[in-house]
Structure formats: C-alpha cells, structure tokens
Design a protein around this ligand. Structure first.
Ligand code: PEP
Ligand code: MG
Length: 747
C-alpha cells in the first residue's frame, strides 16, 4: 500500500531503521532496504544507484530488476532518467517513462519497460550521493505524498551513507570520508605540504535521522528555534543603528528565523518520522540544491543566509560545530569554503597549507599566504564536504592538486618530490649574498614585501636588499580596535630595528575593497574595488592618516624614513598627502621630536590614469612603485579576485608591457627611481621581462628572491628585449611563448 499518510511514512522509516539495525554487510542492508521500499510503496521495482565517482552512477541494489546487473549497470551524470535526477537534484515522476526525454532502455537489467517511474536524489548538503528509484508496470502517477515519502527515505539513506552504515566489498560501497580522493584546483601559492586537515568551519553530523516520538522531536525543534531567534535578536540589539548594511543582513536573518514556511516544512518532515536535526538538514539540502541553479545573485545570497541559519540551528540541536573545540594539529592544513585576510591573520603563519573551495589568486588572503610562503590551492570543489578533521592530506601547490587520505604510493612519490625541491633550495642559498647582476652587467635591486613583524626575520635569510613594500594595514586587520599611535610607533621602530640599516618603504593604510576593518563602518558600495579605499580614505578621514604619519616619524627617531601613498589616481591626491606628511614633520619639530635624517615620499602607481599624470607629478615624487596587482586589474578591467576573468589576461601581454615601458620612460625623463612591488615581480619570467623593459628595482615575497635572482644572473637582458620586440612586431598577444622558447634554447 502506498504510504499516503503521515503514519504510513513513519512506519516505512521505522521499518527502515529496523532493517539497518539488523546488522549484516552494507550490501545486505541495501538489499533489505530496496525490498521494503518496494513493498511499502506497492511497486514492482525499487533500485538504489550510488555515485562511483563524480560523474558515474552505479546500480548498487535492486528489488525487481535483474540481480546480475547490480554493480554492473552504470550511467553518466545526466544520462537517462536516473542520470537526469542526479544532475538536476530534482525528482522525476512520470506515468509514461519511455515517453520522457532522455529515457534510456537498459536491457542488461532485464527490465521490461516499466511504465511508471519515480526517482529522487540521494543528497546531503549540496553533495550528490545517488538516486533512489521506484518503478511499476501499471501506468501510475505517484502522488505528492508518495514523492515526499520517498524523498524522506532518500534523505535517511544519505545520512546513513555519511555515517558509514552502508559499507560493502564493492568499490562504490567504500565508506565516504575514507576513500582516497584527489581534488584539482587553481594555484594560489606554489609549494608543497604534508599535514592533517583542520576545518575552518566543521560541519555537523546527524547521528539519529529517524525520530521515535514526533511530539518530542517537535518540542526539540521549537526550543531550538526559540534559542536561534533569541540569538539573532541579540545580534541585532548589539548593532550600531548607523550600520545599515550589517543591520539589513541581520534583518533578513530575523525574517528567515521567523519564517512560517520554513518552520512548517520542518514540522511536516518530523510528522513523517524524521528527527528534528534531520528535518533541518533536509530543508537545508533542498535549499542548497536549488542554490546551484539560481542565476540571481541576490536570491543566492538569501539562500546562503538560510544555509547559515540552518547550520546554527543544527549546532544548537546537536551541540556540535565550530564550538566542538577540535584541537588544531601542529601540521594543520586549513580547509575552508573561503577566508578573509583578517581571519587568516588570526590563524597565524603556523599553518602548513590552505585549501579553499572558492578564493582567488588576487585576494589579500592569497597575498598573505604568499607572504608567509604557505602553499595555497583555490577552487578545490567539494573538499569541504569530503574532508574530516585530522585526515591526512598532501598539498601539491605547484600542480594545484590536493590528495586527501592518499595511498602509500602517492605519499612516497610526494615525499621524493619534496626531497628534490630541498636540493633546488640549496642552489638559491649559494647565491644569497651575490647581487642580481645579469650577464649583460645590469644590476637589479631585489627587495621583499612584508606586513607583519614576523616577516622581518626573512629579510636576512632571503637575500633581499630591503623592504620594498611594508603593507601597514595588516597590523590594523589583526586587531579588534584601532591601534594607538604609541603602539604603532613602537611597532614601526621595531621593524626598522629588525631591518638594521636597510631601507623599509612604509605604505600608509590601504584599507577598503576586500580589506575590511572589523571596527570601522563600511560604506554601502556597489563596487568596493573601485570605491572608497586607500588614499581616498586617508584624505577624507585625516585623523587616522595623521596619527599614522606621526607614528612613523616618531618611530624613525632621527633615522631615514621612507613613506609611500597607495592608490593615487591623480597628481592632486599625491600632493595633498605629501603636504600632510610635511605638516606633520613641522608639528613634530615643534613638539621637540627628532626628525628623520632623510625623508623620501613616494606614490604607488596602481591606476592607469597616473601613468598619464602631468610631468610635475613625476618630478615631485621621490620614487614611484608600480602596484601591479591593482594596475593590471584596472588596465584590463578584470577583477583581480575573479578567477574567471583574471586569468584571461597575461601579465606578459604586449599592451601591459608597453604600459610598463611608458612608465619607465616617464620616470627616466625626470630621474625618478621606479620599482615594481605587485605579486608578478616575484615570478621569475615576469621579473625577467620587467627588467628587460627597463625596471631596475623589484619587490617580492621573500621566497621569490632566490628564484628571481637565479634567473636574472644567467640572462642577458638585451637578448630578452630583442625577443620581446620581435614578438611585439609580429603582433603576438603575449610574449610569454617567445620568452619561454628563448629560455629553453639557452639551457
Ligand atoms: C598592488 O596592487 O600591486 C599592491 C602591491 O598592493 P595590494 O596588493 O596590497 O593592493
Ligand atoms: Mg594595490
């Protein structure tokens, strides 16, 4: 009989639980389950298909089809009706299956043509696990209640699979979270690491998907919802009334937390036999499946809110989650969907590696990972659902590959590779104290980029001449409130002490865009990368900039001081900022503080407009540094954080190299020293081409100094320049291929 009532559905779940409790291997359990579902639903066939890999489904158990076909019949994602259910994460219900688009007859299953077909996805929190199907000969359209009942069963199956209750001899029945898995992503920072997984936001595991007592489960859900609403109200009460952006987000939260539809759906799930947490997760899974296909970013964000609230609710119900107190292993490799620069700084540099499902090479979190030489892989799709705290993990940042729970042979090959790299590192150590002098006799100054006190010890070891970019905002990002002038002065003094007499270029606060200070109100901007950031904030909120300039003068305490202003887009902004610094010098003099023995005031060239600034700008600056990360994003109109567009444009594109050449020429005309401090300076081929275009000073992360110096020392810039000229004349889009071929011919 069809389970058309709530109690029928509950009965089916109870039978399912008994079938699971009866013990036996995973295969037997699956067989029992298909038998009892077919029996309860009154169908001739019930089959379970599970994913073998991300693309292939395998028939794992059946009641009614040919038993020989089990573990033999396979289909690709999207193929046939079963493949379509899996791909779209949506049920298919038809009384006339052969007429459905995509129908595929599978003779090996011995199936006669069954007219009716109902298939529902087996999925858990956005992770596709398989498809559950019932079929019957008679033309029958399954009722809403029947679809619902089968979905509930599929959800319980998903939970059981997650918990390892369905394990068998076949490959496909290997427990989840125990298989070796390989993920391919993008390279955020090269390098390799071996360690153990540490999840940024561990997920909650539901251990009791079936509820015994619907009334008790209902009461648990209501209590948890009450607690959730209270915490959302508290968050709202603690917010500053002026912070409308944040308030709006929280208001949407409150709206969801009070949503009757959400509550009603979860109550209906419980009435049909699910436990409170399984009901929350069922609604969450369905929302996630919808999320994948919604093109509208606003609606996707709202579904993300719902996702977040569901996680909070699950934590309340199970007492698990971020607050599990999982200890961070010493060899932690951090796994997260995404991470901001502030959060990453809180973890500190002891992480051995980072793997993100999202992320981008141009983000500041990636820059921090690079500065710390922590291998980073981005876009490793699905890793947050597969990895468990403590799993062994190998991160190959040179290839963009992650091996989760690797086999012994993979681990051995990986360790061999590490040993070979250690040898290459020795080669760089040998040239550490030699100049970056090219074969044609040009010496290029190599500096390092830094931002934290902890970066300074690398100065001596890397062979860098000094610090070409000190990103002062990192200090602001790791604090919970605005640092005081005295604290900053002490910190900058320590940086200068650590650098001994080497030059340190202090860049004033560059906040805004993705560098959000937790304690500063953020304007509601449609496009923060083009918004109120860096020098624009400094000139509008003079108090903070003045305080920072005073701290720098006091830190120098008579020593030479070098200050650089970020994100200057027009001459006027630089002259105003420069005047502010000169005014502070006057003020400090009046107060009787020692003035720097020498003061250099420079600008970052990060917007194409500045390359066309009047000659007076180039004359007034004591030096200029090209911020290639931003310059490139604005030159090509391609967001540095958007991997899809960022990768389209090569740094060695002839247009970009011509822009660099023009900046070199404008600086040469008035004798203003020029350097390049964007991430590209640390990539050997790019560094070589920049030097060939006339740059004589490059600033990069410490670990790049050795490889860049190594390549420069064995190259003749005149020849590289000729290769670039030829490629440019031939109308090549990028000179990369030509330069690589030339390099190959040299070795
Ligand atoms: C740049 O834009 O190249 C730069 C060095 O500044 P940041 O990466 O901090 O924006
Ligand atoms: Mg910049």
């Amino acid at each position: 009989m069809a389970p058309s009532t709530e109690s029928e559905s509950r009965k089916l779940l109870n039978r399912l639980r008994d079938a699971m409790a009866d013990g036996g291997a995973g295969q037997e359990r699956l067989d029992r389950i298909t038998h009892l579902i077919a029996d309860s639903m009154g169908t001739e066939v019930c089959s379970i298909y599970l994913f073998r890999d991300n693309e292939t489904l395998e028939l794992c158990a059946t009641e009614g089809l040919n038993a020989e076909a089990v573990h033999k019949t396979r289909m690709r994602l999207g193929e046939g009706l079963v493949g379509r259910v899996a791909r779209n994460s949506r049920a298919i219900n038809t009384a006339n299956a052969p007429q459905e688009p995509g129908f595929r007859f599978m003779p090996e299953t011995g199936e006669e043509i069954f007219s009716s077909f109902l298939g529902v996805p087996i999925q858990r929190l956005g992770q596709r696990m398989g498809v559950l199907v019932v079929q019957s000969k008679a033309a029958r359209s399954f009722s809403e209640d029947e679809i619902y009942a089968l979905e509930v069963v599929a959800m319980v199956l998903a939970e059981m699979t997650e918990l390892g209750a369905i394990i068998g001899d076949s490959d496909v029945l290997t427990p989840l979270h125990r298989r070796s898995q390989t993920f391919r992503g993008g390279i955020g920072q090269e390098g390799n690491a071996e360690g153990r997984v540490f999840l940024h936001d561990p997920r909650v595991v539901v251990t009791n998907p079936i509820g015994d007592d619907p009334d008790a489960e209902m009461a648990r859900l209501r209590d948890a919802i009450k607690q959730l609403r209270k915490s959302v109200d508290q968050m709202l009460a603690g917010e500053d009334d002026d912070d409308s952006d944040h308030l709006q987000v929280l208001e949407t939260y409150r709206m969801f937390a009070n949503s009757k539809g959400w509550m009603r759906r979860m109550e209906a799930d419980i009435a049909r036999g699910l436990s409170a947490e399984a009901a929350v997760e069922k609604e969450q899974s369905e929302a996630q499946a919808r999320l994948r296909s919604v093109p509208d970013a606003y609606i996707r964000d709202r579904l993300e809110d719902l996702n977040d609230l569901s996680n909070r609710l699950l934590r309340i119900l199970t007492g698990q989650g971020s607050e599990t107190g999982a200890e961070r292993p010493l060899d932690a490799i951090l796994i997260a969907r995404n991470i901001g620069p502030g959060e990453l700084l809180e973890y500190g540099r002891s992480l051995k590696g980072i793997v993100l499902e999202q992320g981008s090479v141009g983000s500041h979190a990636a820059i921090i990972a690079r500065a710390w030489a922590i291998p980073l892989i981005i876009h490793a799709e699905g890793i947050t659902t597969e990895a468990l705290n403590g799993d062994q993990i190998l991160l190959d940042g040179d290839e963009g590959v992650v091996h989760l729970r690797p086999s012994d042979s993979v681990t051995t090959a990986f360790r061999d590779k590490l040993a070979m790299q250690a040898k290459a590192q020795e080669r760089y150590t040998c040239i550490r104290d030699l100049p970056a002098e090219t074969l044609c006799g040009t010496t290029i100054r190599l500096d390092m980029n830094a931002g934290l006190m902890a970066d300074l010890p690398s100065l001596i070891g890397s062979g860098a001449a000094g610090v070409g970019l000190f990103r002062t905002e990192l200090q602001f990002l790791i604090r919970s409130k605005v640092p005081r002038r005295g604290d900053l002065a002490r910190l900058y003094a320590r940086v200068m002490d650590a650098a001994q007499d080497r030059r340190v270029v202090f860049r004033t606060l560059d906040i805004g865009s993705d560098k959000v200070l937790p304690y500063m109100k953020r304007p509601d901007e449609p496009n923060p990368a083009l918004g109120w950031r860096a020098i624009r904030v400094g000139l509008d909120k003079k108090g903070i900039m003045r305080m920072q300039l005073q701290a720098l003068i006091r830190a120098a305490n008579g020593r030479p001081l070098t200050v650089m202003f970020p994100f200057v887009a027009q001459f006027e902004e630089f002259s105003q900022a420069r005047q502010m610094l000169l005014d502070e010098m006057e003020r400090e003099k009046h107060l009787g503080h020692a003035l720097p023995a020498k003061l250099e005031i420079g600008a970052m060239l990060e917007t194409p407009s500045l390359a066309f600034a009047p000659r007076q700008f180039f004359e007034l600056t004591d030096f200029i540094s090209i911020g290639g990360n931003d310059l490139k994003q604005f030159f090509f109109a391609a967001d540095r954080e958007n991997e899809q567009v960022r990768r389209r444009y090569d740094t060695l594109n002839v247009s970009f190299l011509s822009l660099i050449e023009m900046i070199v020429k404008r600086c040469d005309e008035v004798g203003t020293p020029l350097s390049f401090c964007g991430e590209d300076a640390g990539r050997p081929i790019e560094a070589l081409c920049f030097a060939a275009m006339g740059l004589r000073s490059l600033s990069m992360r410490p670990a790049s100094v050795g490889p860049v110096k190594h390549l420069l020392r064995k190259s003749d810039l005149t020849q590289v320049r000729e290769v670039i000229e030829t490629a440019r004349e031939e109308g090549q889009q990028t000179v990369r291929k030509a330069v690589l071929e030339w390099l190959k011919a040299q070795s």
